[in-house]
Design a protein around this ligand. Sequence first.
Ligand SMILES: NC(=O)c1ccc[n+]([C@@H]2O[C@H](COP(=O)([O-])OP(=O)(O)OC[C@H]3O[C@@H](n4cnc5c(N)ncnc54)[C@H](OP(=O)(O)O)[C@@H]3O)[C@@H](O)[C@H]2O)c1
Length: 181
Amino acid sequence: MTRHLPSAEVFIATSFDGYIARPDGDIDWLTSRPVPEGEDFGYAAFQDGIGAMVMGRESFEKVLTFPDWPYKTPVVVLSRTPEKVTVPDPLKDKVRVSGKGPRAVLEELGARGVARVYIDGGQTIRSFVAEGLVRRMIVTLIPVLLGQGRPLWGHGAGDVNLTLVSTRHWENGFVQVEYRA
Ligand SMILES: NC(=O)c1ccc[n+]([C@@H]2O[C@H](COP(=O)([O-])OP(=O)(O)OC[C@H]3O[C@@H](n4cnc5c(N)ncnc54)[C@H](OP(=O)(O)O)[C@@H]3O)[C@@H](O)[C@H]2O)c1
């Protein structure tokens, strides 16, 4: 089965102190920040070739508060109690909820021919990192210290050595680092 494992990839923004959201899940500190005209920080290029997305139930619930569903690829929402997660009717052909673990979800997607999977949500990313499944990470540092919040890091499974691919920065203070694991 392992030969079918797709590349699990992360594209996420964090505060300089490593948080992806405030304790209550708020991301206004990220979304309301001024950005250079027309700049997407490489997001469209990253998404090109992504065959599926795997996100945590908390991230899914946050995205449901957005005015529009932002993803073109199929989405798998992870939950340990999948039967309790409600998918709104208009999203039922785009989103499915799974109680499977990281490796099993990737194997399933690989068997369907997916080569690259976008992993999102802090707890979810950590659970993929802990199993050694994340191959590529693009992290954009936002120039703010939140002091508290929902962390990106802390997988608790030993060292993961990373190879630097690129760094970029913008005049608004965003700094982006890409590593391969
Ligand atoms: N800054 C950014 O770029 C960015 C990007 C994405 C998200 N966010 C924000 O981050 C917050 C969500 O992140 P989060 O770390 O709190 O949570 P998350 O990873 O989105 O979701 C956590 C939930 O996902 C399920 N889950 C995660 N790993 C699992 C596994 N291995 N197996 C089964 N289920 C698993 C569990 O659901 P159950 O509790 O149902 O079992 C867990 O409680 C939101 O506020 C979102 O807006 C920010």
